[in-house]
Structures are given as structure tokens and as C-alpha cells.
Write a protein that binds this ligand. Structure first.
Ligand code: AMP
Length: 287
């Protein structure tokens, strides 16, 4: 399980729901959080950024719901040229085993959901990253956010392609299982796979059943699901159907090449999932 989460807080229109939604981090085992805000300092601004006190007051106010949820909270404000790299440095310095970042709701109107800092943090992180789904505009986003807050880890969806990369996500789901209501175990079969291996669905179900047994042995409950189609779309569909509070995936899958910073399924999910996504990197032994 996780212990220390570094929460990267953006000073933007999306800031409102972000921290109110995080009390369910406790269900992931987190008992200490570091709220980090990094101000980008450009040539024009010089070395200082001048509003540390205001930022501190703002972050302290934002810390309140987390403290109310029983978490130990620290605040870390930094100025940097490269925001994503400083977020990762802060995570290392504070001994974090999880990074939490928000999506940028205001970008949705332009059809681009994930902000550039979030994208870079996901790309470079060797720690699991939880991407919070933030929709700053419109009532639906706020309602979805509230639901996630109040439910905790009622239902968690693990999507696996059974690759070595997804194995780390599978292990994380098994560890979360005793603290969650139900783990939905999903594999998405591509029509192409069925064409090549007629018994692929049978093998996939057996592999999911095997994970279900591990979850039962850990004291959790699970349900097994198979779907056919494009993985990111089917994962999103299943997540909505079961109204899951968190989607767990590997940062990479079987099609991963060294040259790819993040797999296409994981990247697509960040754009379309409409709920929190936990991306677990390969060889994550920290949880
Ligand atoms: P990718 O982005 O395709 O490299 O895969 C990233 C992660 O998405 C994997 O580690 C799995 O957790 C998930 N994933 C990819 N393909 C599938 C699939 N066919 N069925 C279920 N989950 C998948």
C-alpha cells in the first residue's frame, strides 16, 4: 500500500474540486501528503516570484479537508524553470511513493484534456501516478467529483493485457483489494487477437480468474469481465458501467517500445476516462 502522496496543486480554475476529492487517498493507505505548488519562473520574472505568503495561505486552506480526513499534511512551494522535473524532485526529497496530479478541466473545450505538466510528470515518473479527473466548468464535473469523494474505493477497475508491464498494476490492485469494495478485473480482446488465437478468450478468462484468486486470498472481492474492441474505449465504458472510483492500469502494456514514454492505452485513458486513473510503472516495488 501507499504511505506518502505528493499532491501537485495547480493554481488554476481547476483547483477547487481537486483537494476536496482526495480524502479517498486514505483508502489507498496514504497517511501523509505533501501539497506541492511549483511556480514557473521565466526570464521576465527574475529569481523570486513574490507571492509566497499568499500561496502558503491558499495551500493551508486547501489542506483543511485533507487534515479533516485524518491525513498528515506538509506544504512545499517551489520556483522552477521546469515544473514537471521539480515536482518529481520534490517527490524524491519527501520520500513519496505516489504522485497525484490534476487534469486541466478548462482545456476540455479545446478537446485537449491533459495539461502539459501532467503529461510530462506521467512521462518521467518512476512512481505510480494518480491522475485526478477535474472538470472545473459545468455542474456534471463537480457532481462526478463529489461522488468520487464520498464513495472512497467502493469499486476499482483493473485493466490488464497480462504483459509484464501490466503485472505491476495487477499487484497494486491485489494490494488495494482488502481496502476496496469490489475490484473489477477487465481484459479487452481485440478482434485481431481472436482471429489469430481462437482460444484467446478462454485463456484470458483463466488469467483473470487467477488474479481473482489472488484477490480472494488477500481478503478482497472481485468480478471478472471480458470485452472486445479498442482497449481505452472499452476500459472507459466498463468504468462507467460499474461506476468505479478508480481505474488502475500499467503505464505501459505489451505493445510498449523503449521509445514510447507512455503507452497509447494509458495516454488515451488520461484523455477520456472521466474518473481517476492510477498508472503503475514497471517494477514498482515501493507499494
Ligand atoms: P498500453 O498503453 O497499451 O501500452 O497499455 C497500458 C496499460 O493499459 C496496460 O498495462 C494495461 O493495464 C492496460 N491495457 C492495455 N491493453 C489492454 C487490454 N487489451 N485489455 C485490458 N487492459 C489493457
Amino acid at each position: 500500500m501507499f504511505r506518502t502522496a505528493l499532491i501537485s496543486v495547480d493554481y488554476s480554475a481547476a483547483k477547487g474540486p481537486m483537494l476536496d476529492c482526495l480524502s479517498d487517498l486514505r483508502d489507498m493507505g496514504v497517511n501523509r501528503v505533501v501539497l506541492t505548488h511549483v511556480t514557473k519562473v521565466g526570464y521576465a520574472q527574475g529569481a523570486g516570484y513574490g507571492h509566497e505568503d499568499a500561496l502558503n495561505a491558499w495551500l493551508s486552506a486547501r489542506a483543511k479537508p485533507l487534515q479533516d480526513a485524518g491525513l498528515e499534511v506538509e506544504i512545499d512551494i517551489r520556483a522552477a524553470g521546469e515544473v514537471a522535473r521539480d515536482i518529481l524532485a520534490a517527490a524524491t526529497e519527501h520520500g513519496a511513493d505516489l504522485i497525484v496530479i490534476g487534469s486541466r478541466g478548462q482545456n476540455m473545450v479545446r478537446g485537449l484534456f491533459l495539461g502539459s505538466v501532467a503529461r510530462e510528470v506521467i512521462r518521467l515518473s518512476t512512481l505510480p501516478v494518480r491522475l485526478e479527473w477535474i472538470e472545473a466548468t459545468g455542474k456534471d464535473g463537480d457532481a462526478a467529483c463529489e461522488r468520487a469523494c464520498h464513495a472512497g474505493l467502493r469499486r476499482v477497475l483493473l485493466a490488464t493485457d497480462f504483459s509484464a508491464q501490466a503485472n505491476a498494476a495487477e499487484e497494486t490492485a491485489v494490494q488495494l483489494a482488502p481496502h476496496a469494495g469490489i475490484i473489477d478485473l477487465l481484459h479487452v480482446i481485440s478482434p485481431d487477437e481472436v482471429g489469430r488465437y481462437a482460444r484467446w478468450p478462454v485463456m484470458a478468462r483463466a488469467a483473470l480468474d487467477n488474479i481473482a484468486q489472488e484477490i480472494a486470498a488477500a481478503g478482497g472481492k472481485s468480478e471478472v469481465h471480458l470485452a472486445t474492441g479498442k482497449p481505452s474505449e472499452e476500459i472507459t465504458r466498463a468504468a462507467a458501467e460499474h461506476d468505479v472510483d478508480l481505474i488502475v492500469v500499467g503505464k505501459h502494456g505489451q505493445g510498449w517500445l523503449e521509445s514510447m514514454a507512455i503507452g497509447s492505452t494509458a495516454a488515451n485513458l488520461c484523455e477520456i476516462a472521466r474518473r481517476p486513473v492510477l498508472m503503475v510503472p514497471l517494477n514498482n516495488n515501493e507499494v
